[in-house]
Design a protein around this ligand. Structure first.
Ligand SMILES: Nc1ncnc2c1ncn2[C@@H]1O[C@H](COP(=O)(O)OP(=O)(O)OP(=O)(O)O)[C@@H](O)[C@H]1O
Ligand SMILES: [Mg+2]
Length: 272
């Protein structure tokens, strides 16, 4: 559990700050000089093309990789995330893209998976009550907590994985592509869930390739390009701004389409 009392994280203060974070894998520079903050009660979207360094950054914050340089501040204090359990104990929860749920176990067992041996060792009934309470707080639509994961939809699985990550009362939750495999209705459900997690005062760092989802829930958008910060945008930034920050090119199909539209709507202005 976190060493920091609740009062140490005033609402709206940065819960996480990255300063000059770099990561090399041998000769490959995966991240260079990354700086941004995530505040309590804020959703920050991390976007970027394939290979931009998003997963590497998440792994550093989850304690899987060590940064080659730079500092991480959590709840105002410098921290070294030397391994995954250090990150979890500090209050950094991660929902990896593959969710890591056990298909044949039910919802309760999955929420408590690997946590049964914690100091507050619970019996089956208390675990079921705790699982229900957590899911109710999130207004999650799970038919029964005794349902095996195998019979749940993609959105419901994502919900269980998020509930599981909230069990230890984290201050920051990282979600890697939470809507990637979901249909329209399930995506909407998961986005609602992310808003409820934010309403609990958590900082949320969400990786996504889906700009519509990003705009729907993010308070700020951090763009990575080739391992560098390539802009921090507001969710109402134009598609052109967002695409050019991600691709580094101001000339691309989105800007060309916008140009053609402008030409059709204002032919005289565009020609002059
Ligand atoms: N363990 C590793 N060893 C060597 N190079 C790595 C390692 N992990 C990542 N890289 C390199 O670091 C860069 C960033 O990769 P990363 O997986 O973080 O990108 P990403 O933004 O998550 O991309 P994607 O959208 O495809 O998941 C890539 O050039 C990748 O090849
Ligand atoms: Mg990745």
């Amino acid at each position: 559990m976190s060493d920091f009392p609740e009062s140490a994280v005033p609402h709206g203060a940065p819960v996480l700050s990255l300063r000059g974070i770099s990561k090399h894998f041998g000769a490959v520079s995966a991240l260079s000089d990354i700086e941004f903050d995530v505040h309590a009660g804020e959703v920050v979207a991390l976007v970027g093309d394939n290979g931009a360094g998003k997963s590497t950054l998440v792994k550093i914050l989850a304690g899987v990789h060590q940064p080659s340089a730079g500092e991480i501040f959590f709840a105002g204090k410098p921290v070294k995330l030397v391994d995954p359990s250090t990150a979890i104990d500090l209050g950094i929860a991660t929902v990896f893209q593959d969710l890591a749920l056990c298909e044949n176990l039910d919802v309760v067992a999955n929420i408590f998976l690997g946590r049964e041996q914690r100091p507050w060792h619970l019996d089956e009934v208390s675990m079921e009550i705790r699982a229900w309470t957590l899911l109710n707080e999130l207004s999650a639509r799970i038919p029964s907590v005794r349902e095996p994961i195998a019979s749940l939809s993609g959105g419901q699985r994502q919900t269980v994985a998020i509930a599981r990550s909230l069990l230890l009362d984290p201050k920051l939750i990282m979600l890697d592509e939470p809507t990637a495999a979901l249909g329209v209705a399930q995506t909407a459900e998961v986005l609602d869930l992310i808003e409820r997690v934010r309403a609990r005062g958590l900082g949320v760092l969400m990786i996504s390739h889906n700009m519509e989802d990003v705009r729907a829930v993010a308070d700020r958008i951090v763009v990575l390009r080739l391992g560098r910060n390539n802009g921090i945008l507001a969710p109402d930034a134009s598609n052109e701004e967002l695409v050019s920050a991600i691709t580094g090119a101001s000339e691309n199909s989105v800007t060309r389409r916008a140009g053609r539209r402008a030409l059709l709507e204002h032919p005289n202005e565009a020609r002059s």
